[in-house]
Structure formats: C-alpha cells, structure tokens
Design a protein around this ligand. Structure first.
Ligand SMILES: *Cc1c(COP(=O)(O)O)cnc(C)c1O
Length: 366
C-alpha cells in the first residue's frame, strides 16, 4: 500500500488542511456506508468515541452503566470519567462476550438495591466477534437502557449481513494501529442512526460548539478530532480491508483452528457470526500451562499476549466500587493466550507456530 499511502499523505501536506480536511468528511461517509448506518462521526480515539456517546446521552453522577468485565480498561473507564458508576457483567465462556443472562441479573439486582439509575449497557465485540445482540438488545428495550456497542475490536465483524458499528443506539470504534482497521497513530469514530445524536456528538467533539459558529459554545465538550492525515491513510487502508484483508485474516484463523483444534480450546465463532479477528485467542487448561506456553513461545521468538490478565472489576482504579462477582471472567483471565494475528501472516508461519504449540503441549502432558 506504500505508494497509495505516500500519495494520500502528500495530498494532505499539499492542502495544508490538517484539521477537518476533505479526507475526514470523505472517510466518515465511507465508514458509515460500510457499517450500514446513517452517520459516522470521526474523533481522536476509541476511548473518546465511547465517552462522546455517554456525554451525548447526558449520563453522569447517579447513573449506572453495565459493562463487560472482560475487556480493555477503556470500556469501563469512560463510565467513571463522566461521573457514572460501572456495573461489571460476566461474559460467556465460549465467545468471551457479555452474557445476556448475567446482564439481566445485574440489572435486576441494581433495581432492587436502588443505589443508582440504570441508564445504559456497553457491550464489547471482543477480539472481533460481535456480542450476542439478539439477546442483549431486547433486554435493553425491556429495562429502558441505551445500548452502546464498543466495536473497537469488532470493526468488520458481522451477524448475518449486519455489520459491527450498527448494533448499538450508538457504536464506537478505534483505529489504534493494532485494531482490525488501524491508522498510523490514534483515531476513532462514533456510529449512529439517530438524527438527534449526530449534532450533539459533532458539537461535543469540538468544545461543545454551536452548529453554525465555532466560537459560540453551547455545552461543555472535549477536543477530539481525527487528523486529516490519519483520515487519508485510513481511506487507503479501508479499501484494502474491504477488498482482501478481512478475508485473509479469516483464512489465517481457519488455518490456526484446523491445526490446533485437538491440542487447545480454539476460539468459537457463533453460527451466523463473522469475526474481524482483532485477536486469535486460545484457552489452555490452567494458568500454569498458559504461562509456561507463553514463556516457551517467547523463547522461540513468537510473541503471544495475554488479553486480559485481570478482570476489570479487579483493577485498582475500581477498588472503591462494590465487589462484583464474575467467575467466568476470572477463569478466562488465567487461561487465555492470544497468538500472532494479522492478514499478512503466511500459511507456513501459522503452521510453524501451531507445530511448536502442539509439541510443547504434548511434552507438558507427559
Ligand atoms: C482499544 C480499545 C478501546 C480504546 O480505543 P483507543 O483508540 O485506544 O482509545 C476501547 N475498547 C476496547 C474494547 C478496545 O480494545
């Protein structure tokens, strides 16, 4: 992609419109079309995208927001950042995504306790697979909760033909370099079909400005725009993502799964679901086996990472919240391991990684 990306970067430098240049508006349209939603509003990063959604809904002190316990810190951080209280919800052991039954239990318990007002759910499309929206969406409707889809890792995933970014009342994604669609720095976007949210999010991302005048500030906002340079790079990368990268990364996943299925617990994609494989995450039998495999792979020059070593509710930053019970997440944190994963991983490399894992597991068992 180098010649195309160089040309895209040169174009922005030529225009000297570094903030809100033409590529930003063009990219927003392309992303909205791709996700199948009416509006895309780009911003500075995925964390801001989540925060902008909560701000647009006026969520703050006294409000409760339910969030997957097994995720990157930002999914819950934004809740506390706007002054609301995160309520951690356990996940499904197979998909790693929010367990709808656990969500309903948490909502009922919160209503019984009456310590805050249940307002919204942040469901995470972890590792590239969309959450179970057929189960989560009806619960949001039943209990009058807004649904915020954290599609930071899910962009490109789908359920049937419906794409990630379209499942929430608002969805947020990230273009951090390691995400399925990454830029060359920080970047993010908000997606929605709701007309009433668009103007508010656009205003919030530029200091709460009025629609017509940048120096007329009608609410408290933040400063969170996507750079023209990043937008221009993303336009080129979105094309490749659409044309072949997503397909290639799925073929890498298929190869891993075919080779590893008898040696370890391979990731499970629900029937009718399609993942964008932000991570390819296996499960080992115990923490001892997982940690020793990770060490061994590192010695062999194969980077394998633990996403995530700690449930969100165990993070020190949340130590003042009431103790949550999320046994599945706790179990997963001790046993998951994410293998090297990207669309350009060659088949022989995948075979080599799989062979090393199978041999090592076999040796450990003896
Ligand atoms: C990466 C990530 C974010 C935050 O995105 P940034 O662009 O790094 O701010 C939020 N949620 C999840 C699930 C993520 O993986």
């Amino acid at each position: 992609m180098k010649p195309k990306i160089d040309a895209a970067v040169a174009g922005v430098l030529e225009s000297s419109r570094y903030i809100m240049g033409t590529p930003v508006a063009e990219l927003e349209q392309q992303l909205a079309d791709y996700a199948g939603v009416k509006y895309c509003i780009s911003c500075g990063n995925g964390t801001d995208a989540l925060q902008l959604a909560l701000m647009a809904w006026d969520i703050g002190p006294g409000d409760l927001v339910f969030v997957s316990d097994f995720s990157f810190f930002a999914s819950a951080e934004v809740i506390a950042l706007v002054g609301a209280t995160p309520v951690f919800v356990d996940v499904d052991a197979d998909t790693f995504n929010m367990d709808a039954a656990a969500l309903e239990r948490a909502v009922k318990q919160a209503k019984r306790e009456g310590k805050g007002k249940p307002k919204a759910v942040i469901s995470v499309d972890l590792f590239g697979q969309p959450a179970d929206y057929a189960a989560i969406r009806p619960l949001c409707e039943k209990y009058g909760l807004k649904l915020l889809e954290d599609a930071a890792q899910g962009f490109g995933g789908r359920i049937g033909s419906q794409k990630a970014g379209s499942f929430g009342d608002i969805a947020a994604t990230s273009f951090f370099p390691s995400k399925p669609l990454g830029c060359y720095g920080d970047g993010g976007a908000v997606f929605t079909d709701h007309d009433e949210c668009v103007e508010i999010v656009k205003s919030l991302r530029v200091h709460g400005k009025s629609p017509s005048d940048k120096y007329d500030n009608i609410r408290i906002g933040i400063n969170s725009r996507l750079d023209s340079l990043q937008a221009a790079i993303l336009q080129v990368k979105l094309q490749a993502f659409r044309d072949y990268e997503l397909e290639q990364v799925n073929s890498v996943a298929d190869t891993y799964s075919a080779l590893l299925k008898d040696a370890v617990k391979i990731p499970k994609i629900k029937s009718g679901f399609y993942s964008s494989w932000a991570q390819y995450t296996i499960m080992l039998e115990s923490q001892i086996q997982r940690d020793s495999l990770q060490r061994y792979l590192k010695e062999q020059g194969i980077p394998a990472m633990i996403f995530y070593p700690k449930p969100l509710h165990k993070q020190k930053a949340f130590e003042n919240l009431p103790q949550a019970r999320c046994p599945v997440t706790e179990e997963l944190c001790g046993r998951v391991l994410s293998l090297p994963m990207h669309p350009y991983l060659r088949e022989d490399t995948v075979e080599q990684i799989a062979k090393i894992i199978i041999q090592y597991i076999g040796k450990m068992k003896k």
